[in-house]
Design a protein around this ligand. Structure first.
Ligand code: KG4
Ligand code: ZN
Length: 336
């Protein structure tokens, strides 16, 4: 088989390895560290890096085994270079460098956000640019104009918290589990989204930026007014009202972006794109606007290595030995 890519993703608390044959996923494994971080109520960078150290090599081996290929058949090794937790990233990029250097293979450093966009280029039914992509994760929330497979232009982004971060912090406030997004979605399923009035921020702002800190503060006040017992009784209603306001802002901005461009297709990316009510609201919006919607499975929305391999197909390759001194990057400033 020609063109096989081994991809590694370790930007946060999931250790991920995948093997891709072009746009086809041969294996896509994730070893979640959620349990290791749950007692802290969030990801502890040092703990994440240490777990990646233990998990990355066995996961790469397992990904190769599941794909039914040996390292000798791999043509290039890709890894997330940033943005993310620097210690966590270093484990993935160093492992990729070591595997690539031993076989004199090229290294493909990948931008994590482009990875979320590129999940839409995977089979089945890869989405061809141009399309408008809403990326909402634990670290980022942005609207991206995707005109080709090589990158994206940021049309608007959050001015404070990311959508996933708002989910996680609010879930913690409501005494729900970690990670907060899925826990809050489950709780909200039994609640009334109109029970509490929550601000849908930035709707009067003419731009395409987002803001979620006001929503989080509104929830803090509601909880304070209700007291611990009241929160216990109204937890599902609080979760549902919070979720509805957050989804309302994301879809309002997406609608505005659609009106400004000649977009024929919309896609979603990032962990928050796994959220059922968001997927339903965006589907309804796209139907009303007569725009095609691509929804990748939830497992390709949250962090995974297949999306990194997908972006790597269109990213520059660094030949051996040019990458030996290559470094990961923590913030979005430096593109891969
Ligand atoms: O993309 P991702 O896996 O990692 C980052 O790049 O940050 O996104 C993780 C974020 C977390 O904040 C998590 O709570 C959120 O995505 N998330 C969800 C859901 N699943 C994951 N948020 C809302 N609803 C979900 N079902
Ligand atoms: Zn991510």
């Amino acid at each position: 088989m020609a063109g096989l890519i081994l991809a590694i993703e370790t930007s946060c608390d999931d250790t991920c390895a995948a093997v891709l044959d072009g746009p086809r996923i041969l294996s896509n494994l994730i070893s979640s560290q959620h349990a290791a971080h749950a007692s802290f109520g969030g990801v502890v960078p040092e703990v994440a890096a240490r777990h990646h150290l233990e998990l990355t090599a066995p996961l790469v081996e397992a990904a190769l085994a599941e794909a039914g290929v040996s390292l000798d058949e791999i043509e290039a090794v890709a890894a997330t270079a940033g943005p993310g937790l620097i210690g966590a990233l270093l484990v993935g990029i160093s492992t990729a460098k070591a595997i690539a250097a031993a076989r004199r293979l090229p290294l493909i450093p990948v931008d994590h956000l482009q990875g979320h966009v590129a999940a839409n280029f995977l089979e089945p039914e890869p989405l061809e640019p141009p399309f408008l992509c809403l990326v909402a994760s634990g670290g980022h929330t942005l609207l991206a104009a995707v005109r080709d497979q090589f990158g994206h232009e940021v049309l608007g982004q959050t001015r404070d918290d990311a959508a996933g971060e708002a989910f996680d912090k609010s879930a913690r406030l409501l005494g729900l589990g970690f990670p907060g997004g899925p826990a809050l979605e489950r709780e909200a399923a039994a609640g009334d989204p109109e029970a509490f009035e929550m601000p849908v921020a930035m709707t009067r702002d003419p731009g395409l930026d987002f803001s979620f800190s006001g929503l989080k503060t509104a929830l803090v006040y509601r909880c304070r007014d209700l007291g611990p017992e009241g929160v216990g009784e109204r937890r599902a209603d609080l979760a549902a009202s919070f979720q509805a306001a957050l989804v309302g802002q994301l879809t309002a901005k997406l609608k505005r972006a659609l009106k400004r461009g000649e977009w024929e297709a919309v896609a979603l990316g990032g962990g928050v794109a796994a959220n059922g009510p968001l997927r339903a609201a965006v589907a309804e919006l796209c139907e009303r606007q007569g725009v095609r919607l691509k929804l990748v499975p939830s497992a390709l929305c949250t962090d995974n290595a297949a999306m990194i391999g997908s972006a790597a197909r269109f990213a520059p390759r660094m030949p051996y030995p040019d990458y030996l001194a290559y470094d990961a990057f923590a913030s979005a400033e430096r593109a891969a």
